[in-house]
Design a protein around this ligand. Structure first.
Ligand SMILES: Nc1nc2c(c(=O)[nH]1)N[C@H]1C(S)=C(S)[C@@H](COP(=O)(O)O)O[C@H]1N2
Ligand SMILES: [Mo]
Length: 219
């Protein structure tokens, strides 16, 4: 499992981990509905942007940062900050849906699109899953078809300003069609995989896929 080969880079906020494990056991906030509305079932709108993570916030300058892409790909990559910023840049506006029930509409992100990264790394036809690894040791897995979407990006800016350290700067993943725990902050590596492998929250009772419109909160 991701847990064994990828220990955390510090001590997580144990209270938060225990609370979230309890929510998974109890099925907190499940409504049993499914929907196509803009606001997924069981979510409420917030204007603020809460900070949520394990509490191990790496302090990375852009000089310290690099992104490795490997696993089941034809062309493994390692991008420095300069390499990353030299890639074609996109802007995307999308909504955030966190499994803790807050949603935030209309977030404008700038960065490199997932589709561009896929064109560069060229996953093998056998690849069906993606693992994100972060500088705090966090991991999260997604099906490749959710990463391969036109609204997915590796973001360095939010609302026109560089992502703050709290929100995962220098670079985080943004996957609007999945719960926000799938959007890894402080991104360090992307590994393409033929077989699925659960990440940090996925081994702690959270859903493997995490589609908010199907209320895939828990396993
Ligand atoms: N590296 C890393 N990424 C992470 C997390 C984390 O602990 N470490 N927490 C996840 C969770 S549970 C959520 S809800 C979102 C929160 O992002 P925000 O703090 O920018 O709102 O980041 C996700 N990405
Ligand atoms: Mo979360």
């Amino acid at each position: 499992m991701a847990e064994d080969d990828e220990p955390l880079m510090g001590r997580p906020r144990q209270k938060l981990v225990e609370t979230k494990e309890k929510w998974a056991r109890e099925g907190r906030a499940l409504t049993g509905r499914a929907g196509k509305d803009r606001l997924p079932p069981g979510q409420r709108l917030t204007a603020e942007w809460p900070v949520l993570d394990l509490g191990i916030c790496p302090n990375l300058s852009t000089d310290d940062w690099s992104l490795s892409v490997g696993g089941a790909v034809e062309t493994p990559l390692k991008w420095s900050w300069a390499d990353f910023m030299a890639q074609p840049q996109v802007e995307q506006t999308s909504d955030i849906h966190c499994v803790t029930t807050w949603s935030r509409y209309d977030n404008t992100w700038n960065g490199v699109s997932a589709r561009h990264l896929l064109a560069c790394a060229r996953p093998r036809s056998s690849a069906e899953f993606v693992m994100f690894r972060s500088y705090d040791g966090y991991t999260t897995n997604v099906p490749l078809k959710y990463f391969d979407d036109d609204d997915v990006l590796l973001a360095h800016s939010w609302e026109g300003a560089p992502l703050t350290r709290d929100h995962g700067g220098p670079v985080r993943v943004v996957i609007p069609k999945l719960y926000f725990w799938k959007s890894a902050k402080w991104l360090r590596a992307i590994t393409f995989m033929d077989k699925d492998c659960p990440g940090y929250w996925e081994v702690r009772g959270y859903h493997d896929r995490g589609d908010p419109w199907r209320e895939e909160r828990y396993r």
